[in-house]
Ligand binder design. Structure first.
Ligand SMILES: C[S@@+](CC[C@H](N)C(=O)[O-])C[C@H]1O[C@@H](n2cnc3c(N)ncnc32)[C@H](O)[C@@H]1O
Length: 234
């Protein structure tokens, strides 16, 4: 996907979609700190985090994605590997982000345990991933149908993604020992919609996210590593 990935977000719709979910992710993280971005892809979120004055390392399993990210994020460091086994010392980072990559992990609980280990006490984690809803339950079948009749969009297809509910995210985060766990659904205007429908969905997005969250496409989970002196607990 690396050579074509950015084409997906290189349009008004693509930029609006990515900006919306990046903003939601950013709200759950401290600004201007030391961040590890897991599944950093071509560095879209890292560049955004850098605008807050922060420093970041990006980790991705794909060499091609990292090469593209290097071009985008001057001065940041990158590391190739799986998010399920992190080559960093305990208590290294102030913040960990994972945008649209959690759904590809075979062992999400390993990633969260590793994240907890390498965060400093009081450090924050924010994960934005595909949510399981009535609508998204149909998506894998639609992708497969699209492939059968040879209708393809860049970056769209059945990659065996997993979809998560609020309860599943809360359980995974609390098993990894995070406190202050908050989960909410985000995004209704999805990039794969046709432009006129995208525009309508975008106008409805704030209403859907607040009042009809079960229709939102992604889920955002945030948490804090305990351990600060006088920690108030979960
Ligand atoms: C949909 S892209 C998201 C990229 C980026 N975070 C963004 O928002 O544009 C998913 C990324 O996850 C990476 N990925 C998939 N499995 C991974 C794993 N086990 N460990 C680290 N990265 C992984 C892929 O290589 C890809 O770059």
């Amino acid at each position: 996907m690396a050579p074509v990935y950015d084409m997906r977000y290189d349009s008004e719709m693509g930029r609006a979609y990515h900006r919306h979910i990046s903003s939601a992710l950013l709200e759950g993280l401290p600004r201007g700190k030391y961040l590890l971005d897991l599944g950093c892809g071509t560095g879209l979120f890292m560049r955004r985090y850098g605008e807050t004055g922060g420093d970041a390392i990006g980790l991705d399993i794909s060499r091609g994605m990292i090469e593209n990210a290097r071009g985008r994020c001057n001065g940041f460091e990158f590391c190739m590997g799986t998010a399920e086994e992190l080559p960093f010392r305990d208590q290294t980072f102030d913040a960990i982000s994972c945008l649209l990559a959690f759904s590809y992990l075979t062992n999400p609980s390993w990633m969260l345990a590793e994240a907890s280990r390498i965060l400093k006490p009081g450090g924050k984690i924010a994960v934005c991933t595909l949510s399981r809803t009535m609508l998204t339950s149909l998506v894998p079948a639609i992708y497969r149908l699209g492939e059968l009749i040879d209708v393809r969009h860049i970056g769209v297809g059945d990659f065996g993604e997993r979809y998560y509910t609020e309860d599943e995210m809360v359980i995974l985060f609390s098993e990894a020992g995070f406190h202050d766990i908050r989960v909410k659904r985000v995004s209704f205007a999805h990039i794969s919609l046709k432009k006129p429908i995208f525009e309508i969905a975008r106008k409805m997005e704030p209403f859907v996210e607040q009042r009809m969250p079960s229709l939102a496409y992604n889920i955002l989970a945030t948490g804090r590593k305990p351990g600060l002196i006088g920690d108030p607990g979960p």
